[in-house]
Each structure stands twice: as structure tokens, then as C-alpha cells.
Design a protein around this ligand. Structure first.
Ligand SMILES: NC(=O)c1ccc[n+]([C@@H]2O[C@H](COP(=O)([O-])OP(=O)(O)OC[C@H]3O[C@@H](n4cnc5c(N)ncnc54)[C@H](OP(=O)(O)O)[C@@H]3O)[C@@H](O)[C@H]2O)c1
Length: 247
């Protein structure tokens, strides 16, 4: 039997990278994308069989190239993880058009058209997992632009699930709570000490008393990708240690 094959956008760092490592250990053939220096790091550190592609998912021509390279390497895909994402923290007072356009270009348009363009590669019965975020459905001051861009994709999921159902292709979302990745640790304008303080505060405010790990989220993505979730589609699973449950 041919090994399953996964494309993970934003697989060079954080949650995407943990997912790439887990699926590779489970016997998948894996392709990942990234945009900056994380690409070279992933190429150096991940097993040679993992296909690491530099691509800006805000660019549809880059996405065409990724799909062509994945077709060339794997022929078809059993799993698509739409995981790449950016945050653009801003309140109404500090919002800019550039921040708004960046967030929607990557988190909404980029992910949507990755699905559109990768669809011909997906086998019947394939699984698509979208990484959204708890902030798409819960209030967090300064998160409105990021929330809107992630939430836009989240609201499409039930409709996409129906459109894909005739081919038994499943699409589900995983929404991380605060997860200890380079994204949280590179918050602009903060010193390392301030970041440590912020992370400690986030952990203290989470019912489980700790931040999520990339591996926590990767395990749920891998479950949704697996045959164990063969009858699950159109759903969102929060991986957040109880965050967001209290009224
Ligand atoms: N960490 C959290 O607390 C948290 C909470 C809720 C939701 N999320 C979501 O979880 C997903 C993964 O985040 P993470 O925490 O693992 O962050 P991360 O460590 O910053 O990883 C993000 C990944 O996306 C890639 N990426 C970003 N913009 C891209 C673009 N335009 N084109 C191609 N690749 C791009 C990054 O590549 P480069 O590094 O090369 O740019 C990187 O591989 C994101 O969608 C994020 O919004 C995270």
C-alpha cells in the first residue's frame, strides 16, 4: 500500500512543524511550506525525506508552484493541513489598512486558495485540517483583525464540508488556545523578560495552568487526519486546556 501523503502549510515552525514530525513518524510522506529563515532551519533539522518548500501563501503563483512540486513528488494527497498563519495585533485606535490586508491575505485568502488549488490532488476520502484559533470565537482586546481573518475561514467550514462530502473528503478545524510557539515568543515590541511575563500570565489564566505545546495541537490534527475520524466533518475542536469555557 502507498504511504499517505500530507501537505502542511506553515510546517516549518511551531504547530505545523510538530505536525510534520508526528505525521512523518506515523509513516506519512510529508511536504511543508514556510516563508522566511524557518525554511532553511527546517531543511537542516528535519529528515531528508520531508519536502520543504519556500512559498508565500499570500501569493497565488507561489501556491501554484507548491501544488506543482507536491504533484511531482507525491502524485496525490491524502491530507492537507491549512496551518500557516500570522497575527496582526491592533485595536481600533492602532489599526492600519496594511495590517488588515496582510492578515486576510494569508489567513483567509491564502488558505482558501491553497485548498482550491490542492483539491485536484486530494484523493477521495482525504482529510483537510484547518488551524484556526480560540481567538476567532472569543474576545481578546487587540485581536479583532486576526480574529476576523481566522474566523472568516472558520465560517466556511460547514459549507465546504457539504461541498466535499460527495467525495467523502472531510474538513475540520483545530483551534489552539495559547500555545508556546515562535509566534507567541516573537511578539513585536516586547523584551524577552516581558514575553516571559506575558507567557506566565497566559499559563496562569488557563484552567490547566500551563500553555499548550505544539505537540498538543499536532496530536489532534493527526487524529482528524486519521481514519479514526472517518465520520467527522465540518467540526471545530478546541485544544486549549479549558481556556474560554468560563462565563
Ligand atoms: N501559537 C498560538 O498560541 C496560536 C493560537 C491560536 C492560533 N494559532 C494559529 O496556529 C497556526 C500555527 O501558528 P504557530 O503558533 O505554530 O506559529 P509559528 O511558529 O509562527 O508558525 C507559523 C508558520 O506559518 C508560516 N507562515 C506564516 N506566514 C506565511 C506565509 N505568508 N506563507 C507561508 N508560510 C507562512 C511560518 O513560516 P515563516 O516562519 O517562515 O514565516 C511558519 O511556518 C497559525 O495559523 C496561528 O494563527 C496559534
Amino acid at each position: 500500500m502507498v504511504a499517505p501523503a500530507a501537505l502542511i502549510t506553515g510546517g516549518t515552525s511551531g504547530i505545523g512543524r510538530a505536525t510534520a514530525e508526528l505525521l512523518h513518524r506515523q509513516g506519512y510522506r510529508v511536504a511543508i511550506t514556510g516563508r522566511s529563515e524557518s525554511v532553511a532551519r527546517a531543511r537542516a533539522e528535519l529528515p531528508d525525506e520531508v519536502l520543504v518548500l519556500a512559498a508565500d501563501l499570500g501569493s497565488l503563483s507561489d501556491t501554484d508552484r507548491v501544488v506543482a512540486e507536491v504533484r511531482e513528488r507525491f502524485g496525490a494527497l491524502t491530507t492537507l493541513c491549512l496551518n500557516a498563519g500570522i497575527t496582526r495585533p491592533a485595536t481600533l485606535e492602532t489599526a492600519t489598512e496594511a495590517a488588515f490586508d496582510d492578515a486576510f491575505a494569508v489567513n483567509t485568502k491564502g488558505q482558501y486558495f491553497t485548498l482550491v488549488k490542492a483539491l485536484p490532488l486530494l484523493v477521495d476520502g482525504a482529510s483537510i485540517v484547518v488551524t484556526a484559533g480560540i481567538g476567532a470565537s472569543r474576545a481578546l482586546t487587540g485581536n479583532s483583525i486576526t480574529a476576523g481573518s481566522r474566523g472568516a475561514l472558520l465560517t466556511m467550514i460547514p459549507t465546504l464540508a457539504l461541498e466535499l462530502a460527495p467525495r467523502r473528503i472531510r474538513i475540520n478545524a483545530v483551534s489552539p488556545g495559547y500555545t508556546d510557539t515562535p509566534m507567541l515568543r516573537s511578539t513585536p515590541g516586547m523584551t524577552p523578560e516581558e514575553i516571559e511575563g506575558m507567557l506566565a500570565g497566559m499559563a496562569a489564566n488557563t484552567p490547566f495552568g500551563r500553555l499548550g505545546t505544539p505537540e498538543d495541537v499536532a496530536e489532534t490534527i493527526a487524529f482528524l487526519a486519521s481514519d479514526g475520524a472517518a465520520y467527522v466533518t465540518g467540526q471545530e475542536i478546541l485544544v486549549a486546556g479549558g481556556a474560554g469555557l468560563a462565563v
